[in-house]
Design a protein around this ligand. Structure first.
Ligand SMILES: Nc1ncnc2c1ncn2[C@@H]1O[C@H](COP(=O)(O)OP(=O)(O)OP(=O)(O)O)[C@@H](O)[C@H]1O
Ligand code: SF4
Ligand SMILES: [Mg+2]
Length: 339
């Protein structure tokens, strides 16, 4: 059996809280990620969805070592890597790369594109100086750019072209997995599909895994084989894309999916969007019991079971490669009809 490209176990991240505190009080922290366990296979695209502030970017950054994890383990291609160790950091950078949302701020404005693209080879010592420029030109060609433009600066490129450069930098050393954090949401609609196609082509060619973070659920359903759903720093459901969107096993997923036009058209049972009440609670004040119970339509429909308020549902493995952190996974799809 092949190793997963990435295996995360019980990963947590804490940040300093901005909540006001007394002069003599110690600074407090909050858990932006709580015990995340996930794996992505070689060549697989795992979509990561959830409302703003649920922790998607923090998870991506923790995977590439840009934010410090307070606990948990990271195994890349069968090798356990610890981002706090300098020797592991270099291995991590070789194996795991991130493409950010904003191609305007992710490239150094005063470095030529050639310099930026040669950097991964220098850091990883994967090329002789003498053939760096050939490799840079080959990279530019692979992402659909003119190899003769290596001497230009980022401001000479459009947003879509800059994102191609960021992608070229990410794939320079053939990583095992790419974390793509909303890679097209800052781009003109006219170029979004081209960039998504490029990412998918490169992934297929290299058998690379991808963690694809997006708010666009139609794109996620189209591009990803599996989906993980985040709420308040936790994974609440995972499963194959089609099964998870057609037959969700967590009421939060059902609400997110009910807003996708294609799902509505195909599945008459969810022709009405499920409107979640209230806002996402603050990380400083996570509700007791099931963290979703304050907004859960199924909790209301089932007459507010005490268990939902007192016990934390674990992410439990179910049949058909599905996991859900709800006490009533079988009732979700059926009950969503009347929600
Ligand atoms: N460096 C940081 N210091 C303190 N808090 C942070 C930091 N980075 C993120 N947060 C907080 O952690 C939580 C998760 O943020 P994150 O950016 O990961 O969410 P997200 O799911 O990516 O949201 P979006 O969909 O808006 O991009 C939020 O409450 C955010 O304010
Ligand atoms: S455990 Fe209860 S509150 Fe939580 S999602 Fe399931 S039904 Fe809703
Ligand atoms: Mg984000």
């Amino acid at each position: 059996m092949t190793n997963p490209a990435l295996n995360i176990e019980n990963l947590s991240v804490e940040f300093a809280s901005s909540a006001p505190r007394g002069v003599f009080e110690a600074p407090s922290t909050f858990r932006a990620l709580n015990n995340i366990t996930l794996s992505v296979n070689p060549g697989e695209v795992l979509g990561l969805i959830g409302e703003s502030g649920s922790g998607k970017t923090t998870l991506g950054k923790a995977i590439v070592g840009l934010v410090e994890q307070s606990s948990g383990s990271l195994v890349v291609n069968g090798e356990a890597l610890d981002a706090t160790k300098p020797s592991d950091r270099r291995k991590l950078a070789r194996q795991v790369q991130m493409v950010f949302q904003d191609p305007y701020s992710s490239l150094h404005p005063r470095k030529t594109v050639g310099y930026t693209l040669a950097e991964p080879f220098r850091i990883q010592k994967t090329a002789e100086r003498s053939n760096e420029m050939d490799l840079v030109q080959a990279l530019l060609e692979r992402v659909g750019l003119n190899p003769q433009h290596a001497a230009r600066f980022p401001q000479h490129f459009s947003g879509g072209q800059r994102q191609r450069i960021a992608i070229a930098r990410a794939i320079a050393n053939s990583p095992s997995i790419i974390v793509a954090d909303e890679p097209v949401s800052a781009l003109d609609v006219s170029v979004q599909a081209q960039i998504l196609n490029l990412l998918d082509e490169l992934r297929t060619q290299e058998n690379m895994a991808m963690l694809f973070i997006s708010h666009d659920l139609s794109v996620v359903r189209h591009l990803c084989q599996r989906i993980a759903v985040m709420y308040l720093g936790e994974i609440v459901e995972t499963g194959p894309s089609k099964a998870l969107s057609a037959n969700p096993r967590h009421p939060y997923t059902a609400a997110l999916m009910s807003a996708v036009p294609r799902v509505k058209a195909k599945n008459k049972a969810r022709s009405k969007p499920i409107v979640l009440k209230g806002d996402v609670p603050s990380h400083d004040a996570i509700p007791c019991g099931c963290p979703f119970h304050t907004r859960c339509w199924l909790y209301e429909q089932k007459g507010r079971p005490a268990r939902c308020r007192s016990e934390i549902p674990k992410l439990v493995e179910q049949a058909e490669d599905r996991q859900s952190a709800c006490f009533f996974p079988e009732d979700v799809a059926v009950s969503a009809e009347g929600a």
